[in-house]
Design a protein around this ligand. Structure first.
Ligand SMILES: C[S@@+](CC[C@H](N)C(=O)[O-])C[C@H]1O[C@@H](n2cnc3c(N)ncnc32)[C@H](O)[C@@H]1O
Length: 310
């Protein structure tokens, strides 16, 4: 992908990552396998910043892409996966003092990594957790990684919720650790989902995922700061639409504006506003007077307003 007007002298790592041609690292048939060039680019960045031989950890290595890259670059490496019986959420990490921990989380309910696992391990597979448990587990693993590693890279996608049409975004809801060095957008090439035949094509295909590189630089006795995870909250809609705005909006479709017609309109189109007042009639009369003194309405006769010609 060519970016117009961009000076190539900066090398091969920008905030847009695209590796269209597969490199030979990892097992390409492992579901959700990522291209090793991604890790190679991050390693290059660390090397340019003085870490000549980064010590890399990948506790969810799946098809062993990270392992192959590190072996190719002769870097010290430790990898593991629930497929070896190691649980990244509850088990101890294998060492501390890593330079880079690569966290390529499961694509939640999209890919079931657990089906070939022994029954006692199936429940520990993160892809089978319910959403809230999953997000809490992701944040917990991010904290653990930050406590064990100078840099933490998180690679995650957005998943469409079946039958709903909206997405669940891991990166938006998980905790961020230390300082984000960069937020990369990574193009997805040849994803399995691209080959699915859909009867309904009226949706927006996802062709990107997110890579975030955090610098934690945690030292024993030091501080570790996190950005707390996203939370769901129901908001009171009436805090965000004032009486004035509501009545202005209603008056667009009214020839004559009376307190009674406005009350009916509010009941129909802005019912939440009525829950907050015991005296809606008085509020409506006062707001009509305010709109008159703002010059938006003019009084035709007592109790009847019309829009002022602009
Ligand atoms: C997106 S895949 C990683 C793919 C890998 N980066 C590659 O290149 O093939 C996520 C991996 O997380 C593993 N996993 C899921 N839950 C886990 C857990 N609790 N502990 C360790 N690994 C887990 C899955 O088995 C899967 O291999």
């Amino acid at each position: 992908l060519k970016i117009t007007g961009f000076n190539d002298d900066f090398g091969d790592l920008t905030t847009l990552i695209s590796v269209p041609k597969r490199s030979p690292f990892g097992n390409p048939s492992y579901r959700g396998n990522y291209d090793g060039e991604v890790l190679a680019k991050l390693v290059g960045f660390l090397q340019r910043n003085g870490i000549q031989s980064p010590y890399v950890y990948d506790p969810m290595e799946g098809g062993k892409t990270s392992r192959d890259v590190c072996s190719h670059l002769a870097l010290p490496y430790i990898g593991d996966d629930i497929h070896n019986g190691f649980d990244v959420v509850n088990d101890d990490f294998h060492d501390t003092g890593f330079d880079l921990t690569m966290l390529h989380y499961p694509y939640w309910s999209m890919i079931d990594y657990a089906k070939d696992l022994a029954p006692e391990l199936q429940g520990k597979d993160m892809s089978r957790m319910d959403w809230r448990t999953f997000i809490e587990a992701v944040s917990h693993v991010n904290y653990k990684a930050a406590a064990h590693s100078r840099y933490v890279a998180v690679l995650v996608g957005d998943m469409v919720v079946k039958g709903k049409g909206f997405i669940k975004s891991i990166q938006r809801e998980m905790a961020w650790v230390g300082n984000p060095i960069r937020f990369f957008t990574k193009l997805q090439h040849n994803a399995t989902s691209f080959r699915t035949k859909y009867s309904n094509t009226n949706f927006i295909p996802i062709v990107t995922e997110h890579l975030i590189l955090f610098k934690t630089d945690y030292k024993p006795g030091g501080e570790l700061w996190i950005l707390v995870p996203g939370q769901y909250k129901k908001i009171h809609v009436d805090h965000y639409v004032t009486w004035k705005t509501a009545i202005k909006n209603l008056s667009k479709s009214m020839e004559q504006i009376t307190p009674e017609s406005v009350f009916e309109g509010i009941k129909q189109h802005f019912p939440v506003k009525l829950q907050k007042t015991n005296t809606p009639e008085a509020t409506i009369r006062r707001t009509l007077q305010e709109l008159e003194s703002d010059g938006f309405l003019q009084r035709a006769v007592r109790g009847i307003y019309v829009k002022r010609a602009s």
